[in-house]
Ligand binder design. Structure first.
Ligand code: SF4
Length: 254
């Protein structure tokens, strides 16, 4: 049995054990069962805040990190600070490589991501995907706040699944929670939350790429709203995303 086949089977078995449990038990079981380094990447959205609460309250051996793209809302940094204060922790930031950011801006300007899907993916690659790869280096487990009903692209989210691209087990303890349940949970436990959620921002990413949505719009309609629905992922949760094409790849200055 290859290592990948073994991990695939392990993830399937873990998924069936996680499914009947509550949130606290899910993250605790994952922390116990996944050998090696486990990383939780938070963007401080309401789902991530619920997961962070379960990890920090139980003092689980899970590294909590955030991808500081450099383009986040000021309100997101406020949640970051409130979360550190509430649980008496430090959340590690992974920032984009300085030279790559400088080359990106040189190449496409500060808001070049609006010009094409490729330009946007280049920005997401430099500011999110590459830092994520560093954050997950050597990790065996990756905890996320993904929910299956967030979008059609996320419908297949399972409690645990093998990420073939990164060769690790991805754990999604909120996979079956509807948004209302997450919101109620965060409210009931007094967990710090982003004030933008009260202003129509359901899914919160980088400031220039997120807008508030109107009642009845899909949850992720406010992300990269100028693009078609099928493109709306930044590459963090898609397998097979490669560095942007040669012509679009920001070059480090020689
Ligand atoms: Fe760049 Fe927007 Fe992607 Fe953030 S969400 S990394 S600003 S393109």
């Amino acid at each position: 049995m290859t290592q990948h086949t073994h991990l695939h089977a392990f993830a399937g078995h873990l998924a069936s054990r996680l499914a009947p449990l509550d949130l606290f038990e899910r993250v605790a079981l994952a922390a116990r069962e996944v050998a090696g380094r486990i990383v939780f990447t938070t963007s401080f959205g309401i789902e991530d805040q619920a997961v962070a609460h379960a990890i920090f309250t139980q003092r689980l051996p899970v590294e909590v990190v955030s991808l500081d793209t450099g383009r986040l809302f000021p309100e997101t940094y406020d949640v970051w600070v409130d979360t550190e204060r509430r649980y008496d922790v430090r959340i590690r930031a992974f920032s984009p490589e300085r030279q790559a950011v400088e080359a990106l801006v040189e190449n496409q300007g500060p808001n070049g991501f609006r010009h094409s899907v490729e330009a946007r993916q280049s920005c997401c690659f430099v500011r999110k995907v590459e830092p994520l790869a560093r954050a997950l280096e050597g990790a065996s487990g990756w905890v996320t706040g993904l929910r299956a009903d967030q979008s059609s692209a996320r419908a297949q989210v399972a409690p645990a699944q093998f990420d073939t691209e990164r060769a690790l087990v991805k754990i999604n303890p909120l996979f079956d929670w509807p948004r209302e349940r997450v919101a109620d949970y965060v409210h009931a436990n007094g967990i710090p939350r982003n004030v933008l959620h009260d202003r129509g921002f359901l899914s919160i990413g980088c400031a220039p790429c997120t807008r508030a949505i109107a009642a009845g719009e899909p949850e992720r309609a406010g992300r990269w709203w100028w693009e078609s629905e099928s493109k709306k992922e930044c590459g963090l949760h898609l397998q097979g995303l490669k560095a942007p094409a040669e012509t679009d790849t920001p070059k480090a200055p020689s």
